[in-house]
Design a protein around this ligand. Structure first.
Ligand SMILES: O=c1ccn([C@@H]2O[C@H](COP(=O)(O)OP(=O)(O)O[C@H]3O[C@H](CO)[C@@H](O)[C@H](O)[C@H]3O)[C@@H](O)[C@H]2O)c(=O)[nH]1
Ligand SMILES: [Mn+2]
Length: 737
């Protein structure tokens, strides 16, 4: 029995009736899926028409088997949902004196698409946690090696002197300045403090704006700060020495106090060494350098990793995370605590389906029920030693791990000497012949390095926790246009596919090491890329067969239509209910269905093609950084839920081609209906519904193709190609058949 008085957190399942309802649904739908498979087999044997027809039939069968199995996997992550609650009062009551040092890692990579003002807002937000400042260290890794970012960070360290005392004095819930000033009206009666802090912020913002507009740091500004000497050897972001600078160093000559005399957290800038001939392993490489450098400084036993756009939206999250790690009974086996990835800029109807709503509100709770959430790169707290590869051992319960730390002993030498000594830890050759990137730190060679790292931690015997509080712990930026969304999903599905093909395949690697339910939970994601093939098949073949009046589904009068009808009804009703229950709107759900289709037929398909061609050619992966800026025009369209097709890329071409193909097939169907209305309806009702659905869901695309005049319409080069391809496909199919 768990001693409730001592526990620092609580885990709850869903109510019995809800569970029963879910399982009844899962059971009945499984039966229906089974009937569909039976139908395919049965008719294959008894209704053999021709070899060609048989091939098409086998394709339909294969697609339906695939969809059915994938659906079963999604049910696994709905089998046992777990919700967590923390007791922070108990934590302070019992452990306030021995709270561990926490190292916060932020990563940025490109000052043009990740604006420095956003980056330092993230930095400031995490410096203002409700936590003893001397136990907090914030490290910013800058893969852009940008002196602008560095300069802006020096401004932030000055602003922090005012901002952090202000946050603490007024107990702000929103410690991110930009969010604070944009959301909250001046307090009434307007306080002097508010006005002056706002003025300071605006002043800083203006200075930042002028350097970003200038595109560089002027000679005069360079003289203001000795940190710029780091750039003497700099020739490009991909070719420079390590630049390491301690901006704020507790109990050293660089100690900076708040205006009220309070301590401020350590603040460290790092641009690891880069050379063109050395692969730098993207974000994983950056984090591993940070792990090493920080170990020699603050050495916090707990590490928080963040993307540069993920600002802290709650000052309590550190304490939340510690409630898990420091829980006397269960904390010893918890390796990481993942917060949901939530976004500040998602619109109500979420045209690009970026909110990851059901993943965050349902799937991840389900994985948690089977031993732990995935690690998704940002908003995640780790035990340092686990991240460095320590294997879990039941016999060595490491209960007081948080007592390890450096207690600021590291600043015995001068900050400058320390910087010089540690630079080598971030050099490009440091990792040569070591286990970094394989057994230690984040793993290399995978586009979703975080997922593979989390998986291997779990396979080493650790548990993880998904913590999704009412007030979101972190808020980031989702892409605000179609093409970047598709590119992001291509990277993700590519990474997931790499996991499937690697030795870390959860089914083999995780076998007997993690719960089978968790393996299934991972599979939902790692099968994304191959899912593109059955989806493409299902969106093309039945529609084409409308042109020649060939039925691929049961007739209206046949009993076999029942399982199909049941699946369509129940799957959609269920997904809608779940979506609404997770806080979405009907329109957002509908948009999500469209994006489901778009991602599967473009991002995932190209991820598959690229991965296969890479296997053949042995080239390495790339990381396309998601832009966090949009021009005003495009942003306006985003806010009005108008889709942007602006980029003439192959991914967009494929979407437009599919939409056109289905439109032509609908025209072909109209012809069939004119010839023999009742027979066509009788034999092809499901095909008609499907084609109709595909046309209706593509309505915004047709609009962008035929009606819109703005910059986000389908580019004419894409239109020409797509119409040609779709016509060609229809014509070939009709004549060759
Ligand atoms: O060479 C690189 C490339 C990227 N980054 C940083 O990595 C983070 C994530 O990059 P982003 O372009 O924002 O990608 P997203 O698709 O939004 O990121 C999601 O997906 C990634 C895996 O593909 C995870 O690492 C992230 O945590 C997760 O938020 C950003 O802070 C970047 O600055 C680097 O530090 N170095
Ligand atoms: Mn991002």
């Amino acid at each position: 029995m768990r001693n409730e008085d001592v526990a620092l957190f609580e885990s709850k399942g869903v109510s019995k009736s809800m569970l029963l309802c879910r399982r009844a649904f899962a059971g009945s739908t499984s039966l229906a899926i089974l009937s569909v498979w039976l139908y395919r087999c049965f008719y294959f044997v008894y209704d053999y028409q021709s070899h060609a027809h048989a091939l098409v039939w086998i394709g339909m069968f294969a697609a339906e088997v695939w969809f059915g199995l994938c659906w079963l996997l999604t049910q696994a992550s709905r089998w046992n949902l777990i919700y967590r609650r923390t007791f922070k009062d108990k934590l302070s009551y019992r452990h306030e004196k021995e709270l561990p040092g926490i190292d916060i890692f932020g990563c940025t990579a490109d000052p043009t698409i990740e604006p420095p003002i956003m980056v330092i807002n993230t930095v400031l937000s995490v410096m203002a946690y409700d936590y003893p400042s001397e136990k907090l260290s914030v490290y910013l890794s800058d893969d852009g090696g940008s002196d602008i970012t560095f300069y802006v960070l020096t401004l932030a360290s000055t602003f922090a002197k005012h901002w952090i005392p202000y946050c603490k004095k007024y107990k702000l819930e929103t410690p991110c300045p930009a969010a604070y000033f944009s959301n909250s009206a001046p307090p009434t009666p307007a306080s002097e403090d508010w006005a002056s802090i706002r003025e300071l912020y605006e002043e800083m913002k203006n200075r930042i704006q002028s350097v970003t507009e200038l595109g560089g740091i002027s000679k005069e500004l360079r003289l203001e700060h000795n940190g710029f000497t780091g750039w003497e050897s700099f020739s490009s972001p991909r070719d420079h020495d390590t630049i390491l600078h301690i901006l704020i160093g507790v109990s050293s000559s660089r100690e900076v106090k708040g205006v009220d005399g309070c301590a401020l957290p350590n603040l460290i800038y790092l641009a690891r060494e880069k050379r063109p001939q050395h692969p730098h392993n993207f974000k994983a490489g950056a984090i591993n350098s940070l792990i090493r450098v920080s170990e020699q400084m603050s050495n916090g036993p707990v590490i928080l990793t963040l993307d540069c756009d993920m600002y802290s939206n709650s000052t309590r999250s550190l304490r939340d995370a510690l409630c898990f790690f420091m829980d006397e009974e269960k904390g010893y086996e918890i390796a990481f605590v993942q917060f949901p990835q939530s976004f500040e800029n998602v619109t109500r109807n979420d045209i690009y389906g970026s909110s990851l709503r059901t993943d965050m509100e349902v799937d991840f709770h389900g994985m948690d029920g089977f031993g732990g959430s995935m690690y998704i790169g940002t908003g995640c707290f780790h035990r340092r030693d686990t991240l460095c590869g320590r294997v879990f051992s039941k016999s060595q319960r490491d209960r007081g791990f948080w007592r390890k730390g450096n207690d600021n002993q590291y600043f015995i030498e001068t900050a400058y000497d320390l910087e010089e000594r540690l630079k080598d830890l971030a050099s490009c050759t440091f990792e040569k012949d070591t286990q970094w990137g394989t057994e230690m730190g984040l793993k290399y060679g995978c586009a979703v390095e975080d997922v593979i790292t989390g998986l291997s931690i779990q396979c080493n015997g650790w548990k993880s926790v998904y913590y999704n509080p009412e007030r979101k712990g972190f808020l980031g930026l989702a892409p605000t246009s179609l093409h970047p969304t598709l590119v992001q999903h291509k990277r993700w599905s590519e990474g997931d596919l790499q996991i499937l093909l690697s030795k870390y395949n959860p089914a083999s690697y995780g076998f007997r090491r993690i719960h089978p339910g968790l393996i299934m939970g991972y599979y939902v994601y790692i099968l994304w890329a191959p899912s593109s093939l059955p989806t493409l098949y299902y969106c093309i073949i039945p529609s084409l067969h409308l042109l020649i009046g060939n039925s691929l589904f049961p007739q209206i009068s046949s009993l076999w239509i029942i399982p199909y009808a049941y699946i369509i009804f129940s799957a959609y009703a269920y997904s809608l209910a779940e979506f609404l229950w997770s806080g979405g709107t009907f329109l957002a759900w509908w948009n999500d269905q469209r994006m489901w289709l778009y991602k599967r037929t473009s991002s995932y398909f190209f991820a598959l093609v690229d991965t296969i061609s890479r296997l053949v050619k042995y080239s390495s992966t790339t990381f396309t950084i998601t832009s966090k800026v949009a021009d005003q025009d495009a942003y306006q369209r985003y806010e009005q839920d108008i889709m942007d097709f602006e980029t003439p890329s192959p991914m967009i071409t494929i979407l437009v081609t599919l939409a056109m193909l289905n439109l032509f097939c609908l025209a072909g169907l109209a012809k069939q209906l004119l010839v023999d209305f009742s027979r066509t309806l009788e034999t092809m009702i499901l095909q008609i519904i499907q084609n109709f659905f595909l046309v209706v869901i593509n309505l915004p695309l047709y609009e962008a193709l035929f009606e819109r005049k703005d910059k986000g319409k389908v580019p004419s080069s894409v239109t020409v190609k797509s119409v040609f391809l779709a016509l060609l496909a229809c014509a070939c199919f009709t004549f060759l058949h």
